[in-house]
Write a protein that binds this ligand. Structure first.
Ligand code: IPM
Ligand code: MN
Length: 333
């Protein structure tokens, strides 16, 4: 019997609603297999916790995640800077992996899109180093060779492992040459040791346009923190919106898997949030844990439910609830 300790951080808004579905699907999966078990530990974080206790992320949260095999994070509201950003940096979850692909019956801008964004997750503008004066502000953009090489290597290794053929590194070296210069030098150096994988570079604004006009030309994208943040929402829009976009925050030892969407206060409590981004994040978690077959089982179940197109949440043009979608996916497992 393989047993995995999974930390869950449901957070705020629709977070707890979608987290419940992911936990329940993992439990159904474990039951149907018999040789695998999950032990869940819920870790409270976020706005609501802060309102009650004055603190958005209790001491011990980082340690609890460090000691678990993997973590699932749903969403927090205003306290993201106090919760998910410190988690990414303190646990050195340096790779933010965001697959973007077209699933059946999901309203998308183009067919055949299958992009993986590999976003540097620990530095750049997200270091939050700077100054604030009464009428001015400075945010320093910190880019190091070490972190750039590490993320470039991750992107190329990902490409090799997943049978992908091209890595595009996205930058703004025509303006931000001090920082993007370091990033590009690192990418070029790493690219040389992967002769079997194509390598190209693209300026971020051009990339933003080409993602809309011809997204099928992209394979793996690697970029710095803020560019990756912006481009990954754009890429999600191409394939049906944030309700379909999973992600993984991955380091050498730990991984936190989270939907790209936020806490969506406008629909919180209504039971209509699309749980698929969270469920696909759980599938990514299993893949990272080495449980490739179980990971595929979840993704296949999601695809079957999408193909039938009978149980879809309103963002996908249906009228089903979060729970109904989760139940339909569980039935396929
Ligand atoms: C994301 C989010 C976060 C980010 C916010 C909530 C801090 O937008 O995961 O993309 O900017 O990274
Ligand atoms: Mn974002």
């Amino acid at each position: 019997m393989t047993k995995y300790k999974i930390a869950t951080l449901p957070g705020d808004g629709i977070g707890p609603e979608v987290m419940t579905t992911a936990v329940s699907i993992l439990e159904v999966l474990a039951e149907s297999r018999g040789d695998i078990a999950f032990e869940f530990t819920e870790l409270p974080v976020g706005d609501e916790l802060k309102a009650r206790t004055g603190i958005a992320m209790p001491q011990g949260t980082v340690e609890a995640i460090r000691e678990s095999d993997a973590a699932l994070f749903a969403a927090v509201g205003e306290t993201a800077k106090e919760v998910i950003l410190p988690l990414r940096q303190e646990l050195e979850l340096y790779a933010n992996v965001r697959p973007t692909k077209v699933y059946p019956n999901v309203p998308s801008l183009k067919e055949g899109v299958d992009i993986v964004m590999v976003r540097e997750n620990t530095e750049g503008l997200y270091k939050m180093v700077g100054h604030r004066g009464p009428d001015w502000g400075v945010n320093l953009r910190i880019i190091t060779r070490q972190a750039s090489e590490r993320i470039a290597r991750f992107a190329f290794e990902y490409a090799v492992r997943n049978g992908r053929s091209k890595v595009t590194s996205v930058h703004k070296n025509n303006v931000l040459d001090l920082t993007c210069g370091v990033f590009l030098e690192a990418c070029r150096g790493v690219a040389e040791s992967y002769p079997g994988i194509g390598y190209q570079e693209m300026i971020v604004d051009a990339c933003a346009m080409k993602l809309i006009l011809s997204p099928e030309q992209f394979d793996v994208l690697v970029t710095t923190n803020m560019f990756g943040d912006i481009l990954s929402d754009e890429a999600a829009a191409i394939v049906g919106g944030l309700g379909m976009a999973p992600s993984g925050n991955i380091g050498e030892k730990n991984g936190i898997f989270e939907p790209v969407h936020g806490s969506a206060p406008d629909i919180a409590g209504k039971g209509i949030a699309n749980p698929i981004a969270m469920i696909l994040s759980a599938s990514m978690m299993l893949e990272w844990l080495g449980e490739t077959e179980l990971s595929k089982t979840i993704e296949t179940a999601v695809i079957e439910v999408l193909e039938e197109a009978e149980t879809l949440t309103p963002d996908l043009g249906g009228s089903a609830t979060t729970e109904q979608v989760a139940a339909a996916i569980e039935k396929k497992i």
